[in-house]
Structures are given as structure tokens and as C-alpha cells.
Design a protein around this ligand. Sequence first.
Ligand SMILES: NC(=O)c1ccc[n+]([C@@H]2O[C@H](COP(=O)([O-])OP(=O)(O)OC[C@H]3O[C@@H](n4cnc5c(N)ncnc54)[C@H](O)[C@@H]3O)[C@@H](O)[C@H]2O)c1
Length: 318
Amino acid sequence: MTTLVIGAGLVGSQVARILVEEGKKPVLMDSAAQTKSIGEIVSLDKVTMISGDILRPLSVVKAIRDHGITGIVHTAANPMLTLGAQTDPYSAINLNIMGTVNVLEAARVCGVPRVVVSSSNVLNHYLAGGGGQTEPMNEEAYPRPTTFYSATKQAIESLGLNYSKWCNVQFAGMRYGAVFGPWSGAGGGGPSNVVRDALRKVMAGEEAIVPAGTMEWVYSKDAGRGTVLALRAKDLGTAVFNVTMKQPTSPDEFVQALREIVPGAKVRIETPKASAVSLPNMRRSSDPTISRQTLGYEPQFDILGALKDMHAWMKANG
Ligand SMILES: NC(=O)c1ccc[n+]([C@@H]2O[C@H](COP(=O)([O-])OP(=O)(O)OC[C@H]3O[C@@H](n4cnc5c(N)ncnc54)[C@H](O)[C@@H]3O)[C@@H](O)[C@H]2O)c1
């Protein structure tokens, strides 16, 4: 069993680390691998690093054939996620939708039985409308994504589920909360970087700014674990899984956790203007029932545990 992990960033590096801890040697494929940062998460001699671009479908086919791939985790995404897609929608649509179709097609023609794909809990938050499921059916029956990024994630889930239904490729879509965690390179989305900057600042004795909105977070180690559980699950059931901390975190709870880790930390709650679209007020929480029942997923990190772990990692890694 060899897993191809596509996208070796904040989440992909954690997936690789977990597979290595299970005694496997995953293949990590990235079009612009940040080798130093990856090496801080997972020992580079325990993985096979290859260069490949999901927008070039034959590079995925070649990776599958060269390395005898039996399962795929696809975490590649457009730079800066929601924010990036708002400024460059065409590239994000092309990469997220056609890139994912290329991965699913490669799995189909090469006979790889399962593809686990990173979706996002933006599909539980960046939505408008819906509720028109009347008889006769109303045009507005289903809620619609309100950002380019969430629209791509909705398309990915729908296409993946159809590959499962019609093409003999089992698909799992992982709806992570906003992810933060150990990672020194570029990557993640607006919220991932807000947390990293806040910790960096309080550790340096500077004032940190934290998001004004309530957020549904997930620690990258839990996102990776949920993903590996989907890779292993016997039966994927309905195949789309919420992977979060289970509890939304209010700005005050976030500040309290930061101050518990760095006593006396100077923190200001504010919504930075440029990040407004990526820091919504996620008041509702994503239902954890299906991921618990089907995958056995329970988060191991709450906000305090996650910030403590990340603080220790940042101290150890300079
Ligand atoms: N970070 C978050 O807050 C968050 C939240 C919910 C969902 N997600 C989803 O989780 C997944 C992983 O996110 P992340 O934070 O680890 O992202 P990241 O930016 O840290 O990593 C993505 C990796 O994909 C690589 N990549 C980009 N284009 C590629 C291509 N054409 N071919 C091959 N590799 C390519 C990048 O070089 C990068 O290393 C994404 O699908 C993202 O949409 C992330």
C-alpha cells in the first residue's frame, strides 16, 4: 500500500508524517515543494519527494505508475485559499476544479481505488439562500456558495461523489475547519496565517491582532488524522466529513488561550480589512456526527491544546 500525497503544505505534510509514523513510505508530490518546511514536519529520508503538477494530468498518471500507488490524498490548492480565489478566480477555479478532475481521472484510468480530497467547512458557512424545496421545485431550492473558493469546493465534492457513483473510484471529501498548525513556509489561508502571526508576535513580546469573528478551527494534526482515517475506512458511507475542533472559538476564548500560554500577552481583537472575506463569523458549528460514526474521528486538540502544541513547536524550531 503506497499513498500518493499531492500538495505538501500545512495539511499534506501532516498526512505524510502520520503515514510515516504508521511505518509507511508515502510519495509526496508538489509543484513547488518547500523542502525545508516539509523537513521540519516529516523526515525527508522517510518519504519519496517528487515534483508534479495536477494541471498536467500525465504527471499524476506517471506518479501512480512509477510508485505503484494504491491510494491518493489530494491537498493541493490555490495560494491563500479564499482570499487568493477572490483576487484570481480563474486560476483558483482551474486548479481546484480541473486539477481535482485530473487527479480523479488519473485514479480512474490507473485503477486507484480511493481518492481523499481536501474540501472545506466554508461549505457550512459561505452559503446563501436555499430552503426552496417545495413542490413544485423552486429554482432556489439549494443554498449557493458565496465565494469563488467555496464554489470550487462545492463543485469538487459533487464531481467526486459522481466519480464514486459512476466510475469505481471511491471519493472522500474532507471539510476541514480553518486550519492552523506547525508550518514555517508559505501556505494555508488567511486564518492559518493570522494565528501564526499572533503567536509569533506574543512570543516576541509584541502586540498581536486576533480575528474578531467566532471561528471553527481545526489543528493541522487533527486535519491530517481525519484524512488518514478516511484513507483507511472500510466503508465511506455518505463520503463527506466535517473535520473540526467541534466547538467554535470566540475571539475572547482565543485571547484567553493565548494568554494562558504566554502570560501577559498583549492582544487586540480586530478584523484586518484585507482579511475580511476570509474571517467570517462562523456562529454555527459543523455537525461532527458523520465523521465520528463513519471514521471514528474525534479531535485531539481543542484551542488551548492546539496553541500550546504550536507554541512548543515554534520555540523548538526557532
Ligand atoms: N488551511 C486552511 O485553513 C484550510 C481550511 C479548509 C480546507 N483547506 C483545504 O485543505 C487543503 C490543504 O490546504 P493547506 O492549508 O495545506 O494548503 P497549502 O497552501 O499549505 O498547501 C498546498 C500545496 O499545494 C501545492 N500545489 C499548488 N498547486 C499545485 C499543483 N498544480 N500541483 C501540485 N501541487 C500544487 C502548493 O505548492 C502547496 O505546497 C486545500 O485543498 C485547502 O483548500 C485548508
